[in-house]
Design a protein. Structure first.
Length: 167
């Protein structure tokens, strides 16, 4: 989506935010670095927001519970998944916090009614069921990839066409 905004194919972003879990694959950090440099040419700053390191937190016995999706073996021998909240804790919450700061109303200041940020979310047509409201009145989610009718394959093709290869 950042490339689409750079090229004027969707509205230009005032800022792009990368929610860093602190334990992304090296290729993710490399790609974000390349995108950050590219976006600078179009006057779109890319900021990193973070709630900490998901790996360190998952190994910390003082942390409230295992946050990331971990495959486990249940007491009866069946396979299961540990409780997870990584998307909310390490992606959504830091993005909401950054939105408040960008608006000039960091927590606990109240965001006045009618003041909001439009947040573009990169959900494609093949995962449209994930497209949801932000849950707060100061963020209005928009879904440019869905509006364009793009699925994941089209997104990958677009990145490849512009020299960014597989994400």
């Amino acid at each position: 989506m950042l490339l689409l905004a750079c090229h004027g194919e969707i509205p230009k972003f005032d800022v792009a935010l990368f929610a860093d879990t602190g334990w992304e694959p090296a290729a993710v950090y490399t790609n974000v670095g390349r995108l950050r440099s590219y976006a600078e040419k179009f006057d779109i700053p890319v900021r990193t927001v973070s709630a900490g390191n998901i790996r360190d937190d998952s190994l910390d016995p003082a942390h409230r519970f295992v946050s990331m999706p971990l495959h486990v073996r249940n007491p009866d021998g069946t396979k299961g998944m540990a409780r997870r909240q990584c998307t909310n804790e390490y992606k959504i919450s830091p993005l909401k916090k950054a939105a408040r700061e960008l608006l000039g109303y960091p927590h606990p200041r109240r965001v006045p009614r009618g003041t909001y940020i439009e947040q573009a979310i990169g959900i494609s047509t093949d995962e449209f069921a994930r497209a949801k409201d932000s849950g707060v009145r100061y963020i209005r989610n928009v879904f440019p990839l869905i509006d364009l009718g793009w699925d994941r394959a089209r997104c990958v093709d677009y990145l490849t066409e512009h020299g960014f290869g597989q994400p």
